[in-house]
Design a protein around this ligand. Structure first.
Ligand SMILES: CC(C)(COP(=O)(O)OP(=O)(O)OC[C@H]1O[C@@H](n2cnc3c(N)ncnc32)[C@H](O)[C@@H]1OP(=O)(O)O)[C@@H](O)C(=O)NCCC(=O)NCCS
Length: 166
């Protein structure tokens, strides 16, 4: 994972991105993909309590991330990067953008749920400083557990963490 996403641009999502986002959803999540209606619903709430960002390369949409904002809390809704572009830092950029927005919107804690078998997503979230809170057993339809994670504002990153000596 050494290449840099130098040609990647980020911009806030707009409702007309829904169609392209759905194509990516289907590629990545198959039967668990959000339907066009679910994506429209998310994007219809952009000025209410959602913020979505899209990543583009050469004018093509290659990923997106979204967050539900309910200060002081926020929930990561999704982070998704097309398979061809995975491993090149785009997911990290998208996640950083949604985290920044949450802090700007006066949130102090960000939560998320991720499949326990999704090593890439767990790695991404942990590298951004999210810590595991617990498991929801057999949360997903196929019996896989959900891992609940949380990031607090100003939480030390894993690299700067020191043992708690009470
Ligand atoms: C999870 C996902 C968004 C990561 O995006 P990405 O652009 O591939 O990730 P990046 O290249 O920005 O990697 C950032 C960090 O994530 C972690 N990571 C990424 N891919 C990983 C993998 N396959 N295994 C373990 N950790 C991984 C690493 O910590 C990585 O940092 P590093 O490059 O310094 O090692 C992407 O794999 C994806 O879209 N997956 C399918 C959709 C999905 O499962 N979304 C999350 C649940 S909603």
């Amino acid at each position: 994972m050494t290449s840099q996403p130098s040609s990647t641009t980020l911009r806030p999502a707009v409702p007309v991105d829904a169609e392209h986002m759905h194509v990516i959803e289907e590629k990545l999540f198959g039967p668990d993909a959000w339907s066009p209606d679910q994506i429209q619903h998310e994007l219809a709430r952009l000025s209410i309590d959602r913020w979505y960002v899209v990543a583009e390369q050469g004018g093509e949409l290659v990923g997106y991330g979204g967050i539900f904002l309910s200060p002081p809390d926020a929930d990561v809704q999704t982070v998704a990067v097309v398979p061809d572009v995975q491993g090149a830092g785009v997911g990290r950029l998208l996640l950083a953008a949604v985290i920044d927005t949450a802090w700007q919107q006066k949130c102090s804690r960000i939560f998320l749920e991720v499949r326990a078998d999704n090593a890439a997503a767990l790695g991404l979230y942990q590298s951004a400083g999210f810590t595991k809170l617990g498991l929801r057993r057999r949360y997903y339809a196929d019996g896989v557990d959900a891992v609940n994670m949380r990031l607090r504002r100003n939480e030390p990153t894993p690299l700067s963490e020191v043992p708690d000596v009470g």
